[in-house]
Ligand binder design. Structure first.
Ligand code: SAM
Length: 231
């Protein structure tokens, strides 16, 4: 039995996925209705969000202070699998929210024999809920959730990085990647959830920058990008 499928982790994840559906249901329904009314694609909708974030990403985040915006079960299980496959011992997460993706990743660290996950979250209430959720899942000892702007809090993550999850403000994927880049070990995996920023995609898809990258066919249409550090 692995940690992900063990009782405490399963129970906490089941609860969080249910709570997330309730908390975010109305927001996603409104976005879907607005897209249907305007005929905008998801890429166009994301481009509008990225433009708003470029003006003031803090304000965009605080509009979502009560939303989970968590990874799906499929993406979470895939995160667990990547972390196991690359035997990750240090994982960095940009955008922790209530800690759903964090639990999938920390479960992998436990099964890898230990390690350290550095999370990041703007909203203090979300960071405390994430800590409580990790505690309930029995994984708190593996995780350090840093409160504040990831551009400050992730500057020093303490050593080489095996896996980076990008799941915060879309407009910051490239600056966060560039900040973590010197610490990425060769073969490190970067999962960009909803990686819609063309600047980010152009960068990781250009082999000259030291990456191999392609869209990930999990939760297709959600803009997930799978990237490996090749240098
Ligand atoms: C999509 S949610 C993360 C979901 C989470 N990974 C999960 O699966 O449960 C994005 C989160 O990133 C946070 N965030 C966005 N930009 C940030 C920044 N610059 N620094 C810290 N947190 C940020 C937001 O407050 C929000 O809670």
């Amino acid at each position: 039995m692995n940690t992900l499928d063990s009782g405490p982790v399963t129970r906490v994840l089941d609860r969080l996925h249910r709570e997330g559906e309730v908390a975010d249901g109305r927001y996603f329904a409104e976005v879907g209705a607005a897209m249907a009314a305007s005929g905008a694609t998801l890429e166009q909708t994301a481009a509008g969000l990225i433009a708003a974030e470029r003006l003031d990403y803090r304000a965009v985040c605080s509009d979502h202070a009560d939303h989970f915006l968590n990874v799906t079960r499929a993406c979470g299980r895939f995160l667990y699998m990547i972390a196991r496959a690359c035997r990750a011992v240090r994982i960095v997460e940009f955008g922790t929210s209530m800690g759903v993706s964090t639990i999938y990743l920390a479960a992998a660290l436990r099964d890898n024999g230990g390690g350290h996950l550095v999370g990041s979250e703007f909203e203090p209430a979300k960071a405390s809920r994430a800590r409580a959720n990790l505690d309930a899942a029995g994984l708190a000892d593996l995780v350090d959730i840093r409160e504040g702007d990831a551009l400050d809090t992730l500057e020093d993550v303490g050593g080489p990085v095996d896996l980076l999850l990008l799941d915060g403000a879309f407009a910051l994927y490239l600056p966060v990647l560039r900040m973590i880049e010197p610490g990425l070990r060769r073969g490190a995996v970067i999962l960009g959830e909803n990686a819609f920023d063309p600047g980010y995609l152009d960068y990781v898809r250009d082999g000259a920058n030291g990456y191999a990258s392609r869209p990930l066919p999990i939760d297709e249409g959600r803009g997930n990008e799978f990237t490996v550090r090749t240098l």
